[in-house]
Design a protein around this ligand. Structure first.
Ligand SMILES: *Cc1c(COP(=O)(O)O)cnc(C)c1O
Length: 376
């Protein structure tokens, strides 16, 4: 059996090597390393794929979130509501811009924001909600958009883990995650569902005016070279990364299916075990399984992780410690038990290997090893 990895980028690459290599070589031949044709091509291809009017590429997912907040003209002291159970990047940019972070607890089945808690956290100073489509499953966007409309606030979707996922509204319309809110943000970090060979990110919007502003901010606040209308940043997607993404975008739906197939295998193996809780599903969203995350009841999570590692099975804890208790965010004044679901999840979650190259043999070995430990 091939060695099991948390994410197997090498096998994925080897299947499309000729195409990728020639795309990279093409950029090198043109030496159009910055803003080459591949960047424009990728933007339009992703716009088509997502059915969104504007895709603005940038340097990484963290920048995408920061630029989104900047484009909305948020001012120091404005409040931004987001999840307490997410990767640090989501909240870091809020703090960096001098905006006030308001954490909200997450649903214990789906790991996504609880809309009722979002509404409770709204004050006259609230300017934006940042739902994170956690582990690849859409947050309850319909409820969140309703709250946002009612209170006239922006919604920035953190789609870093959920590119290609779909959300079905009650009117039957289906939209891609990241295209429902005011702005959507994503990351092309290598291990993400659509990953490049370095850093990359993008911002989506259907709003023409915002698109101009977003683009301008990524380019030093400038539309016309050496004339700067506002304070911007330097955040670009390299032409080589765009060329790689152009190839990989064609396979994204296939990649999603492979992840879902692995998830179904895990589900079927674990669903009847009382000590292992499989990831909850939201009826309105597909799940594109950036991570497959179990919750363990009455099993020592850290012991199981070590046991798996000893058997050659990597497993990771996403995330081990709630954001509201992190040293860097102590200044916000939150305390223990403020967000019981998140705190509880941090003690119970364990993510199993999840990628596009898992074989049935590997899945069989992983599930058997977990079950053997759980049932002993
Ligand atoms: C990966 C990730 C980001 C940041 O993306 P980078 O490209 O690494 O900057 C932001 N939010 C979430 C939820 C992520 O998983």
């Amino acid at each position: 059996m091939k060695q099991i990895q948390m994410v197997d980028l090498k096998s994925q690459y080897s299947r499309i090597k000729p195409e990728i290599d020639s795309a990279i070589q093409n950029v090198i031949n043109n030496t159009s390393f910055i803003n080459g044709a591949s960047v424009q091509d990728f933007s339009s291809n992703l716009e088509k794929y997502l059915d969104v009017k504007h895709v603005i590429p940038c340097a990484n997912g963290t920048d995408a979130l920061q630029i989104a907040l900047m484009a909305l003209g948020l001012k120091p002291g404005d409040e931004v509501i987001t999840s307490d159970f997410t990767f640090i990047a989501t909240v870091e940019v809020v703090a960096l811009l001098g905006l006030k972070l308001k954490f909200v607890d997450v649903d214990k089945n789906t790991f996504n924001l609880i809309p009722e808690e979002v509404e409770k956290a709204i004050t006259p100073k609230t300017k934006a909600i940042v739902p994170v489509h956690m582990f690849g499953q859409g947050a309850n966007m319909e409820a969140i958009m309703k709250i946002a409309k009612k209170h006239n606030i922006f919604v920035i979707e953190d789609t870093a883990q959920a590119i290609g996922g779909e959300y079905k509204c009650t009117d039957g319309k289906t939209k891609k995650l990241g295209t429902i809110g005011t702005i959507g943000c994503t990351s092309f970090f290598p291990s993400k569902n659509l990953g490049c060979f370095g850093d990359g990110g993008a911002i989506f919007t259907n709003n023409d005016e915002l698109a101009i502003k977003l683009k301008q901010i990524t380019n030093h606040g400038s539309k016309v070279k050496y004339y700067h209308d506002e304070i911007g940043v330097n955040s670009r997607l390299d032409s080589i990364q765009a060329a790689i993404l152009n190839v990989k975008l064609k396979y994204l739906d296939e990649y999603i299916l492979a992840r879902q197939k692995a998830a179904n295998f895990y589900d079927n193996a674990f669903k009847n075990n009382s000590k292992i809780k499989i990831p909850g599903r939201d009826k309105n969203s597909t799940h594109v399984f950036h991570q497959y995350t179990l919750q363990l009841e009455g099993i020592n999570r850290d012991d199981l992780k070590e046991h798996l590692n000893n058997k050659g099975i990597p497993a990771m804890i996403y995330y081990p410690y709630p954001l509201h208790l992190q040293n860097a965010y102590k200044y916000l004044g939150y305390k223990k038990n403020d967000f019981p679901n998140t705190e509880n999840l941090c003690n119970k979650v364990l993510s199993l290997p999840m990628h596009t190259e898992l074989t049935n043999e590997q899945l069989q070995f992983i599930t058997e090893t977990v079950l053997e430990y759980a049932n002993k």
